[in-house]
Design a binder for this molecule. Structure first.
Ligand code: NAD
Length: 505
């Protein structure tokens, strides 16, 4: 571990992985990756162009022919080996995430765990991909169905979960018999090469998994490539919509998950200590750079004051600092540009007239090098304010006060985003009504970040998603396979002569 941590300090070159080997990008364009806690250069990443994409998709297409015919138990065994290898190297992977992304080591490790669980789920592919059989649907006639792989599938992923989000996609895609091309975020590309190396070590044939590094040039080239069957995307809503429209217009199957504004409703009967703790972790964990982070508090009736009484001292006690120190609660933001964007929302909130209770711009940590911002809390945010309407994606919580439960539900249902939400209450009726009527894809009842486990599926509603199927779980298996149904009859059961009426059994 000490050796690996030291090795991370050198400036790395991050290239493509195509056909089972490292390949330098042909474009001659590079991006810089900085250690977000120090601002120092830690890696240079190649930015692929059409020729690089052409090579990766070509390798994937060539590998698909035999991989799609590989017996399902052999595909499952690769997943078992991958699971062991990720477990072996997880400390190294966590250190890589912490350096490039900034999240605290324990949080980085947790995100690996959530991704690993999808690999564990994919180990069950012989069962998950099983078809159905109906005997004697007519005299001498049987019907069976099977789920066959699609071909070359692509994953385009965001910066905030460089381990977990790719793991939402490629283990199931590959286990189902597809070939895969990953285009990770250019802001923290290190993990992608780790997946390639581990899959290779696990015995995956060359070309089944490929990585193209890059930015929008690589993405647009992938979206327009006629050989690609399906695209999984996770990122901001603006790009998700572009990816969905372009790829589906090109005849591809697409799932594109976008941005979020996740509300947490605090009812007057809630345990205020529990609600405050939940808000602290869900609002400021990973510096608010989570698509399921809580960013909008909704207090109902007279719950605002008792909540603030608990919440404000806890915010003051938050430990902000480098992610490499496991005692910290919150690390830096991903880049200087992103930190400045989040800071500009704090400026905006003041101008819009929200009451700034905690100002992260003034936190002592902002005097350190690195892309730090302290935790921030606005009270009296109203639905017309941009700080309420837009995704900020940083450690900024807004609080909106409403009179009743119905007002809270209406507020959330009227919001453009519908990724996650939560209610804190002791009342079963309110909780049930909330779960039933709220227009949001993932709902927590006294659970602030209700990310479904690997055997359920992940996905939001409204402008948080474009496309029909969620990520992982059975939705993932359905997304990465197409259904074929066979109806069969053998000569002994076939009557002589042609039949011109609609076949019935
Ligand atoms: P982003 O949209 O900027 O980038 C996502 C991917 O798209 C990256 O690989 C990037 O290289 C590529 N990309 C960026 N601009 C592009 C363009 N103009 N054309 C084509 N491709 C482009 O997102 P990000 O900043 O990396 O990630 C943060 C966003 O992701 C937030 O909005 C967050 O809510 C969202 N997110 C959503 C989920 C979810 O499950 N709904 C999960 C994680 C993150």
């Amino acid at each position: 571990m000490a050796e690996k941590a030291t090795a991370l300090k050198a400036v790395r070159n991050v290239s493509n992985w195509i056909g089972g080997e490292v390949r330098d990008t042909k474009s001659g364009r590079y991006g810089d990756v900085h250690d977000s806690a120090t601002g120092k250069l830690c890696a240079r990443v190649g930015l692929s162009d059409e020729a690089d994409v052409e090579a990766a998709v070509g390798a994937a297409q060539a590998a698909f022919a035999s991989w799609s015919k590989t017996p399902v138990m052999r595909r499952a065994r690769i997943m078992f080996r991958l699971k062991e290898l990720i477990e072996r190297d997880r400390a190294e992977i966590a250190a890589l995430i912490t350096q490039e992304h900034g999240k605290v080591l324990h949080d980085a490790d947790g995100s690996i765990q959530r991704g690993l669980e999808i690999v564990e789920f994919a180990c069950g592919i012989p069962h998950l991909q099983k078809g159905e059989f109906s005997e004697q649907v007519g005299t001498g006639v049987d019907t069976y169905s099977m789920r066959q792989p699609l071909g070359v599938c692509v994953g385009i992923t965001p910066f905030n979960f460089p381990a977990m989000v790719p793991l939402w996609m490629f283990p199931l895609a590959i286990a189902c018999g597809n070939a895969f091309v990953l285009k990770p975020s250019e802001k923290d590309p290190g993990c992608s090469m780790k997946w390639a190396e581990l899959l290779h070590e696990a015995g995956l044939p060359p070309g089944v998994f490929n990585v193209v590094q890059g930015d929008h040039v690589a993405v647009n080239s992938l979206l327009n490539d006629k050989r690609i069957a399906a695209v999984s995307f996770v990122g901001s809503t603006a790009v998700a919509e572009h990816v969905y429209r372009t790829a589906s217009a090109n005849g591809k199957r697409v799932q594109a998950l976008g941005g979020a504004k996740n509300h947490l409703v605090v009812m007057p009967d809630a345990d205020m200590d529990q609600a405050a703790d939940a808000l602290l972790g869900a609002g400021y964990g990973s510096a608010g750079e989570r698509c399921m982070a809580i960013s909008a508090i909704v207090t109902v009736g007279n719950s605002a004051e008792p909540l603030l009484e608990k919440l404000l001292p806890k915010i003051a006690a938050l430990k902000v600092g480098p992610g490499s120190d496991n005692n910290n609660d919150m690390g830096p933001l991903i880049t200087a540009e992103h930190r400045d964007k989040v800071r500009s929302y704090i400026d905006l909130g003041e101008k819009e007239g929200a009451k700034l209770l905690v100002d992260g711009r003034k936190h002592a940590i902002t005097r350190s090098p690195g892309y730090f911002l302290g935790p921030t809390l606005f009270d009296h945010a109203t639905p017309d304010m941009r700080i309420y309407k837009e995704e900020i994606f940083g450690p900024v919580l807004t609080m909106t006060r409403v009179d009743s439960f119905d007002d809270a539900v209406r507020l959330i249902n009227d919001h453009q985003y519908g990724n996650g939400t939560a209610i804190f209450t002791r009342d079963g009726d309110s909780a049930r009504e909330f779960a039933d009527n709220i227009k949001v894809g993932m709902v927590g009842i006294n659970v602030p970040i209700p990310v479904p486990l690997a055997f359920h599926s992940f996905g939001g509603w409204k402008r948080s998603v474009f496309g029909d199927m969620g990520m992982y779980g059975m939705e993932g298996v359905r997304f990465y396979t197409q259904l074929k149904t066979v109806t069969s009859r053998w000569p002994a059961g076939i009557r002589a002569g042609a039949d011109f009426s609609m076949p019935t059994m």
